[in-house]
Design a protein around this ligand. Structure first.
Ligand code: M6R
Length: 622
């Protein structure tokens, strides 16, 4: 939610800031703004509502905003509507009209996160003579910094640390002070922020792709730390204002990975990157015909002693948890509970000894997942993070980390990160099964072969994508779509339904097929599309029967099933076949046609596939 960038160096800042914001636009896209200053001159602010190109047009692609130091923001509204006045940057002084123009104020800043006690702080500042022009919590925090800065006549670092002690909530802040030209001050708590350096410049951003083109040398600023960023040099401070040193890390991601590479949308590119994402993730875990979890720090003894697993996540990552539940329970015979992180964090779930809490997250920054991780740790559970973004907060705070190697994912609708998570969890389940003795060595070898074959099978499904493109053109005007399945097929249905609704805006629901009769079937009318996932041989007949019940009430049926199940065609109107695999690992294959269906439906409806309305890639607020 929201993306921030900063640059100070010897180049013109605005084009670099706009370029960085373009790569962060997936984090929010209802308005954007820049503040740039030229040497000692006053900073100039420009803001625009809507997508980033409005801001780029307004500033002549940044060229009408001269200066070598600046900050920028792309917004996903939390406090206040998406208007120009609520757009960032915000200033410590007064502001008239649109908020664009020269900044007479002492402090100007951008923020990603939520200040929970902003009302109380606002009242305090009102009592001290401050006036407010926007509805945002950010304006409050910028003014609070200004208040301490002036009241105690202290430097920016101390004014910021005093503010940090006073505010509750989450923030990645980038601030410029009128008295400190050429410098940016940053602070972080629970919202992502990285700082990159090169010889003559420094960069700051909410996510790696924003600065990858300029530098690969980055610092991961810790929670409750402040950074003083000057061209080519960065200093860090703790909450006491004492200088601390942080390691410089080299980013190994390929810059091209964050570009569209000839595809019309990031989502389509990322769908096609799934074979690689799955292969890379599996290769990082399978060595010499064995799953090797040593990089995660999970030992055989730990796995052996496990009595319970709780999987906690949000959205698609939660769907991975749902699928993994079936796989782990069936293969390793360990009881698994799957909880939505937003629920888990407020429940008093007893966590006994030898419980492993697994938090799954692409970004590693999802606020609810992070809170759930902390709750689990407080209650004494051992934690494992399955995370894609290296150095993210969840990865840093968990006891153990298993990194998925999907590379940067830009489209809001996750595809390759989801598939990489499935692969990682399937490998984990297989290893647990071996250690627990619930599969023989021979079965284990077979499972590894099946896992290794998944990337090529995904490729085969992608080769047939035109059929899905054609079918999606027939259903693009649907009002409701139901996805049904049993067991693992239900978990796949959940993800298929989310992929459809989040980017096509067609209402869709996923149901455990056996539940239809308990209420939902009353919604089936003539031509309602029902998509059945039919990959589990033991449950196949049962789900087919449920589909037939829908058909007799007028439904139009699509089935996703495994090659060879040709009898499906007797019952359904349109069938998609996926290659055969061990049934435990089928989610990685069955989801691909459903991702394509969602994608093409969104394209056919003329929607913004990569940036669906009201959504952001990283949900860093509750
Ligand atoms: O970064 P995370 O994996 O923690 O994100 C979790 C969800 O916000 C995410 O999966 C979301 O549901 C996606 N938009 C689904 O495509």
């Amino acid at each position: 939610m929201c993306g921030i960038v900063g640059y100070t160096g010897d180049q013109q800042a605005a084009p670099i800031l706009l370029d960085g914001l373009a790569r962060l636009e997936y984090r929010g896209y209802d308005s954007a703004g820049l503040a740039v200053r030229n040497g000692d001159a006053l900073a100039e602010v420009v803001k625009a509502t809507g997508k980033l190109y409005h801001l780029a047009d307004k500033t002549d692609q940044g060229h009408s905003l001269p200066g070598t130091c600046g900050i920028g923001h792309t917004r996903w509204a939390t406090h206040g509507d998406p208007s120009v006045v609520n757009a960032h940057p915000h200033v410590s002084g007064n502001c008239t009209g649109s908020g664009s123009g020269k900044v007479e104020s002492d402090v100007v800043g951008v923020h990603n996160g939520i200040i929970e006690n902003f009302t109380e702080l606002k009242e305090k500042l009102l009592r001290h003579g401050y006036a407010f022009y926007s509805d945002t919590d950010t304006e409050v925090v910028v003014k609070l910094v200004d208040y301490y800065y002036k009241k105690y006549k202290i430097g920016p670092v101390d004014a910021i640390t005093r503010t940090m002690v006073r505010v509750r909530g989450s923030y990645a802040l980038a601030l410029m002070f009128r008295d400190y030209p050429g410098e940016i001050f940053a602070a972080r708590k629970d919202s992502p922020l990285i700082i990159g350096t090169s010889e003559s410049a420094s960069y700051l951003a909410s996510d790696v792709p924003a600065i990858l083109k300029y530098t690969r040398q980055v610092y991961y600023i810790d929670n409750l730390q402040v950074a003083r960023v000057a061209p080519g040099s960065v200093k860090f401070y703790d909450l006491n204002g004492d200088e601390v040193s942080l390691p410089l890390t080299e980013i190994t991601w390929d810059a091209a990975a964050a570009e569209k590479g000839g595809f019309e949308h990031f989502m389509l590119k990322e769908i096609h990157e799934q074979p690689q994402a799955v292969r890379d993730t599996l290769n990082s875990l399978i060595h010499d015909g064995q799953i090797d979890l040593s990089a995660t720090g999970l030992t055989e003894e730990t796995l052996q002693a496990l009595r319970q697993i709780d999987i906690v996540a949000c959205g698609s990552a939660w769907h991975v948890g749902m699928a993994s539940q079936y796989v782990i329970e069936d293969l390793a015979q360990i009881p698994v509970r799957v909880e939505l992180a937003s629920e888990f964090r407020y429940r008093s779930i007893p966590l006994y000894e030898n419980t492993l809490v697994i938090v799954i997250s692409q970004s590693g920054e999802t606020a609810d997942s992070l809170a759930a991780l902390r709750v689990a740790k407080e209650r004494g559970a051992m934690t494992l993070a399955v995370v894609n973004v290296v150095g993210s907060t969840i990865a840093r705070e968990a006891d153990h980390v298993l990194y998925t190697l999907a590379g940067p994912e830009i489209a809001v609708a996750t595809t390759k990160a989801y598939s990489a998570q499935l692969a990682a969890m399937d490998a984990l389940a297989t290893q647990m099964a071996l250690v627990k003795g619930t599969v023989s060595r021979e079965q284990y070898g077979h499972l590894l072969e099946e896992l290794a074959a998944i990337p090529d099978k995904i490729k085969r499904i992608l080769e047939d994508k035109e059929r899905l493109q054609w079918f999606s053109s027939k259903i693009a005007n649907a009002h409701d779509i139901f996805f049904i399945g049993r067991g693992l097929d239900y978990a796949i249905s959940l993800e298929g339904s989310l992929k459809m609704k989040e980017i096509s805006y067609i209402h869709s629901e996923a149901y455990a097929a056996g539940e239809l009769k308990h209420g939902t079937i009353s919604l089936i009318e003539k031509n309602t599309l029902v998509i059945g996932v039919l990959t589990q041989s033991q449950l196949f007949e049962k789900t087919i029967s449920n589909m037939a019940e829908c058909k007799s009430r007028g439904a139009y049926l699509m089935g996703v099933t495994t090659n060879g199940n040709f009898t499906v065609e007797d019952s359904v109107n349109f069938t998609v076949y996926i290659p055969k695999t061990d049934e435990h690992f089928v989610s990685s294959l069955a989801i691909v046609p459903l991702q394509l269906l969602g994608y093409y439906t969104s394209v056919n409806r003329g929607l913004d596939v990569d940036k669906p309305r009201n959504l952001a890639k990283s949900v860093t607020v509750e």
